[in-house]
Design a protein around this ligand. Sequence first.
Ligand SMILES: *[C@@H]1O[C@H](CO)[C@@H](O)[C@H](O)[C@H]1NC(C)=O
Ligand SMILES: *[C@@H]1O[C@H](CO)[C@@H](O)[C@H](O)[C@H]1NC(C)=O
Length: 252
Amino acid sequence: MPHYEFLLALFVTNCLSVALPVSEIPSFLKICHQNDPFLNDCLMESVVSLRPYLKNGIPGLGIPACEPFRLEEIEIDQTSGPIHIHARYNNVSIYGGTNFVPKSIRFDLEENIIRLNLYIPRLEMIANYIMDGRILMLPITGNGVAHGNFTDIDVIMALQLTRYCDERTGLIHQRVEDIYVEFDIGYATVYLDNLFDGDETLSAAMNLFLNDNWNMVIEEIRPKLEETIATLIIDFTNVIFSMFPENVLLPS
Ligand SMILES: *[C@@H]1O[C@H](CO)[C@@H](O)[C@H](O)[C@H]1NC(C)=O
Ligand SMILES: *[C@@H]1O[C@H](CO)[C@@H](O)[C@H](O)[C@H]1NC(C)=O
């Protein structure tokens, strides 16, 4: 048994690393080897080659199309600082997410952390919204369709992985145990229709105000957005990780 697998076996008791036949590796997965001196370049290509599959989904694996990306609901309860708002967005569609460009990937094998930087040129969001509260001193209330365009988005992520034993198969898998997500939006425009029961003067003034102050608005809702994105990435990554043992995805 190679030293590395011996350590793994110690790490995850009662679970062995057994190689799967190569035929079971689906074509959309570009396999990278842990001891490849160009591991990070390989992972970069692997992420790029996954992109069209994210766009259209992988029906055989139950992975839905991510273009547009749909969210059931985002709920924002902001009650400190300059913004006091209860907002609920549902039937959320986000377009453009799968046009992401990976900028760098570093897999720290010792710490079992993947650090990933992405660039997303543009996202467009359409959702139904209900909102009630105050921004600065201005009351805001509305119920309708929200539109948002976001450009020049930089995303920084770190995924802390951990190994576990799949008790059904006795094979070692990785899963995301913790995640750090931070994004920076270059520019945003938003439009909320049917604010103030359709009062056009108030509505136009508020939309103008929101666009002039988009930075502040995003700053306030950032924690919730980062949490939402983090959950999605954890779920997606763990679906793939749970399907294939570590030494299929990342053999040594
Ligand atoms: C949900 O969103 C889609 C895409 O924006 C839209 O076509 C559809 O009418 C919306 N459904 C409801 C119930 O609002
Ligand atoms: C977002 O971009 C689309 C397409 O360019 C445009 O039709 C829409 O009006 C924009 N929405 C906002 C809120 O800027």
